[in-house]
Design a binder for this molecule. Structure first.
Ligand SMILES: Cc1cc2nc3c(=O)[nH]c(=O)nc-3n(C[C@H](O)[C@H](O)[C@H](O)COP(=O)(O)OP(=O)(O)OC[C@H]3O[C@@H](n4cnc5c(N)ncnc54)[C@H](O)[C@@H]3O)c2cc1C
Length: 386
């Protein structure tokens, strides 16, 4: 057995928390597990959807990152300014750290500023502050048009815009204003959750439209006029709104791009089974990665379930490399997600995204049980890892 190794985990979101916790469980104490995270609180992003309709508070969906230290994880709160993958060193607030293994779990940056007018015009419900401001704004909307907008692909959690539209529709009914409010979803995608295949995508579209929500695929936004409250799209169409709930363009964090870790598509290419990058000992997991599903020529969606499953694989394999115990694990492309549909119900999509010739995904129709499953998962996550 080798002694005194250091594993650096960059980013304490879903992937980083799982990787650090699992690694700490598997590695003897002479090895260091160091987690670097800039935020002091971890916020469970899937719960933003409940927060934006007033069903969650900040305290209910967040936990102090410092709680991870009690498990023996060395926590550094700071901003990673530089990554040198060849040297396996990083710089955090001016201080250099080096590791024998590095796991990059820095997620995706949100870039609303890349679309003129977008940030001034609406509510970015992919952030805590945007979910909170949308929650307030929706209360004063008693008539008019709500637009849910997916600015660009790829974006994390392909189910989320559909859930947002259905939850806002339900909220309007519950507030007694539905007959005076139109709801439309404009998206750059060809349909809902296109990677899941035409059957699942079609069923989801039907579910959305059956609620009287207008669904508008293939609409890539080019600009938003906050004064006129008008969106312009690349296909020449425009759409007016009274309340805009948007998902901004995503891109790999600057520090990752500067490190030369990204490929042409803008994300970090990895071995799809082991999550190793082209640099030995440097792994990347979760939203920061770009994993192409070659048979369908589409990327693996960005989702917490994949960040989680990938983290388990990488933690196991690094611990194995250090201790010499166990067999190699591989990420298999399995994943699932709950899809809130309003009225205390949720659907459930699950399957294998690495299946050949195409992902094999099944959609279970909405039920109260599945909604309770989603609530239980939220509680489990915040209890299990903190
Ligand atoms: C509204 C919403 C609903 C969602 N619903 C679901 C769902 O139902 N199911 C599902 O599977 N997924 C869902 N997701 C997606 C899921 O949250 C992400 O895919 C997941 O968080 C990705 O995990 P990650 O570890 O790759 O990145 P993240 O969880 O984003 O973690 C990245 C971490 O890195 C830190 N960081 C970034 N840059 C730096 C730096 N320079 N220095 C230090 N720290 C840094 C960040 O602060 C962050 O904590 C949802 C997302 C949203 C927004």
């Amino acid at each position: 057995m080798t002694h005194g190794k250091t594993v650096l985990i960059l980013g304490g979101g879903i992937g980083g928390i799982v990787a650090a916790t699992r690694m700490r469980q598997m590695l003897p104490r002479e090895h260091r597990v160091v987690l670097v995270e800039r935020e002091s609180r971890h916020v469970f992003a899937p719960s933003f959807l409940w927060m934006m309709i007033g069903q969650r508070s900040v305290d209910q969906i967040s936990r102090p990152v410092a709680a991870l230290a009690k498990r023996g994880i060395e926590l550094i709160q700071g901003t990673i300014e530089c990554i040198d993958p060849a040297a396996r060193t990083i710089k955090v607030d001016g201080k250099e750290l080096s590791g024998d293994y590095v796991v990059i779990a820095l997620g995706a940056d949100l870039a609303p500023e890349t679309i003129p007018g977008l940030a001034q015009a609406g509510h970015n419900f992919y952030t805590l502050s945007g979910a909170a401001s949308l929650c307030d704004a929706r209360l004063s909307l008693r008539s008019g048009r709500i637009v849910v907008l997916v600015s660009a692909m790829p974006f994390k959690c392909p189910g989320a815009p559909n859930e947002a539209a259905m939850l806002l529709e339900c909220d309007c009914r519950q507030r007694g204003v539905r007959d005076r409010v139109n709801i439309d979803l404009f998206t750059a995608e060809p349909g809902p959750m296109p990677v899941a295949g035409s059957v699942v995508s079609g069923a989801l579209r039907e579910m959305i439209e059956s609620k009287g929500i207008g669904y508008h695929p293939n609409h890539a936004v080019t600009a938003v006029d906050p004064k006129q409250r008008r969106i312009s799209f690349a296909n020449g169409a425009t759409a007016d709104f009274d309340l805009l709930a948007y998902i901004p363009p995503h891109r790999a964090p600057q520090v990752v791009r500067d490190a030369g870790l990204c490929a042409d598509g803008g994300w970090v290419p990895v071995n799809r089974g082991t999550l190793e990058t082209k640099f030995p000992g440097i792994y990347a997991i979760g939203d920061v990665t770009g994993i192409m599903l070659t048979p369908i020529n589409k990327p693996l969606p960005k989702a917490g379930v994949f960040a989680h499953n990938e983290a388990e694989v990488v933690a196991h394999n690094i611990a194995r490399a250090i201790t010499g115990k166990g067999a190699e694990w591989r990420f298999t492309g399995d994943g699932e997600c709950f899809l809130e549909s309003g009225d205390g119900r949720a659907a459930f999509g699950s399957g294998n995204f690495y299946a050949d010739p195409a992902p094999q995904i099944r959609l279970r129709q909405p039920s109260m049980m599945l909604h309770l499953g989603k609530v239980a998962y939220e509680k489990y996550w915040l209890f299990r890892w903190f």
